[in-house]
Design a protein around this ligand. Structure first.
Ligand SMILES: NC(=O)C1=CN([C@@H]2O[C@H](COP(=O)(O)OP(=O)(O)OC[C@H]3O[C@@H](n4cnc5c(N)ncnc54)[C@H](OP(=O)(O)O)[C@@H]3O)[C@@H](O)[C@H]2O)C=CC1
Ligand SMILES: CC(C)CCC[C@@H](C)[C@H]1CC[C@H]2C3=C(CC[C@]12C)[C@@]1(C)CCC(=O)C[C@@H]1CC3
Length: 345
């Protein structure tokens, strides 16, 4: 049976590598690249068709950081497809990152060095801002836009007698101490990325609890450290060129330096081949690469609190109601204004 797979942020990095891998895996696939920039989406589609001529690759405009765009994209998906088998929630941002160089050198000579390279704990901060919906941008893009998309697509994802899958591209940088249940959007802290990724881990578990009965299963992935537009944005490019030989050297000591998007997509691809009942809802599936370059997937237990996960899920549902209320108010206001303009003409 033809599988319908939607990938957000599919035009570059891990998302694009995943698309290549899925097309090589399954010739029957119907792939939908959900991207915010249609020029980049078209270029990605053309690249996929060079190696997979005749493949069915659709494009969809989706800015996960905009409520209106998510709602329109969901409408379009519902008009195009009668179900969605896999939804890869992969789009993500890390705006204005800063590396704490002192912490890096301190960590380099400590016993925590491997963990520091694997998780970037204590090394990275970001500067976030409000978007036009009044939400924190990192939260809105990495988490809330995807949550809203899932809610809108429930008719395509929860079908009787059929299972559908969600796969989140989370991170080893997801950390419980970066997340606050009193500040789910991370308005106050300096680690919005870490907070948003921890939030996706919790949301995945909550969705399993509430939606497995309706045939919807969610999993979380860490792709390892991958050289993509996101990571190239962390340090100046000459610096990356300079330290690249060391990065390949470090790979001998840590299996989390997957480095290429192909390797990083390993666990995302592996999950495509698994039966959902065989998966652990509390596990994060890590893409790993050995020193000799062999790729494999390893589940690792996530640090999650059941009670906080439930509270978080209700807070998201409440925020969804608020966002929808604001949107209908905005629409009503602009309709009244239009009516007024028509009347005075
Ligand atoms: N690289 C790494 O080491 C790691 C990455 N990750 C996660 O992997 C995922 C993919 O990132 P990666 O491949 O590394 O980086 P890239 O920057 O290459 O890919 C990110 C993708 O997300 C898209 N995107 C960003 N914002 C939006 C938006 N508002 N709406 C729609 N699409 C959007 C980008 O589109 P555009 O091209 O238009 O910007 C791009 O296609 C992210 O979630 C990231 O957090 C997790 C752990 C490690
Ligand atoms: C200062 C330099 C000599 C070396 C700096 C190395 C760091 C830039 C990297 C060490 C661990 C890396 C890491 C990430 C980014 C780059 C490092 C901080 C991520 C945060 C990228 C995005 C993720 O989701 C997880 C990665 C964990 C490891």
């Amino acid at each position: 049976m033809e599988k319908i797979v939607v990938v957000t942020g599919a035009n570059s990095g891990i998302g694009l590598a995943l698309c290549h891998r899925l097309l090589s895996e399954d010739g029957q696939l119907r792939l939908c690249l959900a991207c915010r920039n249609m020029k980049r989406a078209e270029a990605a589609r053309a690249a996929l068709l060079v190696t997979h001529s005749g493949a069915r690759v659709d494009l969809l405009h989706l800015d996960v950081g905009s409520v209106q765009s998510v709602l329109s994209a969901a409408e379009e998906l519902k008009a195009r497809y009668h179900r969605v088998d896999f939804l890869y929630l992969n789009a993500g941002i890390m705006p204005n990152p800063t590396v704490d160089i002192r912490a890096f050198f301190k960590g380099l000579f400590s016993r925590n060095v491997i963990n520091m390279f694997a998780t970037a704990e204590g090394l990275l901060t970001q500067q976030d801002q409000l978007n036009s919906d009044g939400l924190q941008e990192v939260f809105a893009t990495n988490l809330f836009g995807h949550f809203l998309l899932i809610r809108e697509l429930e008719p395509l994802l929860c079908q009787p007698g059929h299972t559908s899958r969600l796969v989140w591209t989370s991170s080893s940088n997801a950390r419980r101490s970066a997340f606050s249940i009193q500040d789910i959007q991370h308005r106050c802290g300096k680690e919005p990325y870490s907070s948003s990724k921890y939030a996706s881990d919790m949301l995945s578990m909550a969705l399993n609890k509430h939606k497995n009965e309706q045939g919807l299963f969610s999993s979380v992935v860490c792709p390892g450290l991958v050289m993509t537009n996101l990571t190239y944005g962390i340090l100046p490019s000459f610096f990356w060129t300079l330290i690249m030989p060391f990065m390949w050297l470090i790979r001998i000591f840590t299996n989390t330096f997957t480095l290429t998007p192909y390797n990083g997509a390993e666990a995302l691809h592996w999950l495509f081949l698994q039966k959902p009942e065989s998966l652990d809802p509390r596990a994060k599936y890590h893409s790993l690469t050995s020193g000799l370059g062999t790729n494999y997937t390893e589940p690792r237990r996530m640090d999650l609190d059941d009670e906080m996960t439930e509270v978080f899920f209700s807070k998201l549902l409440e925020l969804e109601r608020e966002v929808r209320r604001n949107l209908s108010k905005k629409t009503a206001d602009s309709e009244h204004y239009q009516q007024y303009l028509n009347e005075i003409q």
